[in-house]
Every structure is written in C-alpha cells, then in structure tokens.
Design a protein around this ligand. Structure first.
Ligand SMILES: C[S@@+](CC[C@H](N)C(=O)[O-])C[C@H]1O[C@@H](n2cnc3c(N)ncnc32)[C@H](O)[C@@H]1O
Length: 290
C-alpha cells in the first residue's frame, strides 16, 4: 500500500486518554497491556472458527503492534497492516516486526483513524479494533464503523474488543481511582452513560445499527492475583495508568481528594497478598453483507 508521507499529515488534537503522544511510558504501558490482554483472552482471535481463512487483516489503533505481530507469527498466510496515530508507537511496532522476522508480511502506518481509514473499498478480510474506547467519543462510532465496513470485503469480519471501565477489585484506593477515571471518560464524551461497565454493553448494538450482520459477542473475565506473573503484569499496567491518566482526569474536573496519595495507597494495596482484581472485556463481531 502506498500512503501519503507521514510528515505531510496534520494531527488532530488528541482525544486519547494519555494526552501526550510522545510519552515513552505510554509505549511501555501499551506493550505490557497488549501482551496481558492477548494472553488472558487465549490468543489473537480466540472466538473465530478459522482465523487462517483471513488473508488480509487491518488492526485499527494498533499501539505497539503486539497483536499484529503475534497474528503474523501464528498465521503464516496472513498479511497485516496496523495503523496508529502515534509515530512513536508505529516506529516501535516496525522495529518489533523486523526483530520477529515478520516484516515481509506486516506494515505499520501513522494514521488518524478518526479522519478516515486510508484504504481502498472492499480490501480486508478482517478489520480489528481493540481498546479504542480510549480515544473514541460516543459520536465517533458511526463514522468509524462505516469506514471499517467500507474497507472490508463482502462477508468480511468487523471485530471490536473493549474493556469495562472499573475493574472488580478489593483495593479501596484503586476503586477510588476508577471512579475518577469513569467520571473523566463520561465528561469527555467517551461513555454513553456514567457507569462502571463503560461501552461494552453497547458494542453489539453499535455494530448492528451501523450495518454489520449476524453480530455475536463473547465476554472475557481476566483474573489477576498478587504473586502470579499475570498479577505482576497487571500491577505494572496499573502503575503506568495511575501516573499517566492524571492530566486527562484533571482536564475533565474529576480529581477528588489527594490524587498522589490515592495512587500511592492503591499501589500499596495491590501488593498485599490478598489483592485480586477481575477485568471484564467483551468482543463483538459481525459480517459485512455480500
Ligand atoms: C489503549 S491503546 C490500545 C492499543 C492496541 N489496540 C491494544 O489493544 O493493545 C490505544 C491506542 O490508540 C491510539 N490512538 C489514539 N488516538 C488515535 C487516533 N485518533 N487514531 C488512531 N490511533 C489512535 C493510541 O496511540 C494507542 O496506541
């Protein structure tokens, strides 16, 4: 695919919950979270009957490229494109694809998915998007889904995965943080209602309303406990989240109490032997008509 030079593209103001696109820690966080989610969900496309049937795949807002690279490693007949608005993410993803020796079947491009998806009509067999509620406002969904359908081939799969806002956990301070985060997500227009489940209950409706057929869903409950490798990855993810979402939460007037003290207490509580957390995610997928 030939795309306009990346330097010629203008950037929209960021709607992403980490406002600074050059933030190095966010690259680390997205990398940790990507591996954590894929592993806990049971792989790249756990609910799809025959993923090897998809020859051309797009991942919208691909972050550090982990999902794309693992898909290329798992399915040798797949060619994949990942797009992300952050040049830092895209540069890192390209390096990782080289290291994983899949660069011949994988491309990454800097692209603002909220403008348009710069691909031809009827091009992909599967269009994937995960954790994009982080930058999509409620009013962005119709255009995004219509773009995903436009570039998908007839009968191709449109697949969206989103997490709940609040994780069910036994740390009072972490719960306080999630309440502030939920407030900011609602005030900024990312949520349809001010509730803890976020947008996951809307996914099937959105896909159906905006033209996908035979929409199905699968829910995942990701469990994290102190003292396990998954629990450690979860701790690291939360550590970055607590630090890097402060500007976003502040911008939308949702800080309540002493933010730094709440974060410190949350990290302490997460290190207790008894700490556990459940993070619910849902995948919704449907098909483009013939
Ligand atoms: C929470 S991360 C998810 C990354 C990856 N999809 C995953 O599930 O691991 C969200 C990603 O969206 C990207 N992003 C934010 N705004 C965007 C936009 N307007 N267009 C494309 N990507 C965007 C961010 O740079 C970040 O890499």
């Amino acid at each position: 695919m030939s795309n306009p030079p990346e330097s010629s593209k203008q950037e929209h103001p960021s709607t992403y919950f980490v406002q600074d696109r050059t933030n190095l820690e966010e690259l680390e966080r997205v990398t940790v979270q990507d591996q954590m989610i894929t592993a806990s969900m049971g792989g790249i496309l756990p609910e799809q009957a025959d993923p090897s049937a998809y020859r051309r795949v797009l991942d919208v807002a691909c972050g550090s490229g982990g999902w794309v690279i693992e898909a290329a490693q798992t399915y040798p007949t797949m060619t994949l494109i990942g797009i992300d608005v952050s040049k830092r993410m895209v540069d890192y993803a390209r390096e990782q694809a080289e290291k994983a020796q899949v660069a011949d079947r994988v491309e990454f491009h800097v692209m603002d998915a909220l403008r348009m998806l710069e691909f031809p009509n009827n091009y992909f067999d599967l269009v994937n998007m995960r954790c994009s509620g982080s930058f999509m406002r409620t009013w962005d969904w119709p255009k995004m889904l219509s773009e995903m359908l436009r570039i998908a081939r007839p009968q191709a799969v449109i697949r969206v995965t989103e997490p709940e806002i609040e994780h069910q956990n036994n740390s009072p301070a972490l719960t306080q943080f999630f309440a502030m985060f939920q407030c900011a997500m609602f005030q900024s227009g990312h949520l349809f209602e001010n509730n803890t489940t976020g947008i996951i209950d809307h996914l099937a409706r959105l896909l159906t309303q905006h033209g996908c057929q035979q929409v199905q869903t699968r829910s995942y409950a990701l469990e994290y406990r102190t003292g396990t490798p998954a629990g450690q990855a979860y701790y690291n993810d939360c550590k970055y989240v607590l630090r890097n979402l402060k500007a976003f939460i502040q911008k939308w007037g949702c800080i309540s109490g002493d933010y730094e003290a709440i974060c410190k207490q949350a990290l302490e509580e997460m290190q207790q032997d008894t700490f556990h957390s459940t993070w619910n995610l849902r995948t919704a997928w449907g098909y483009k008509s013939r």
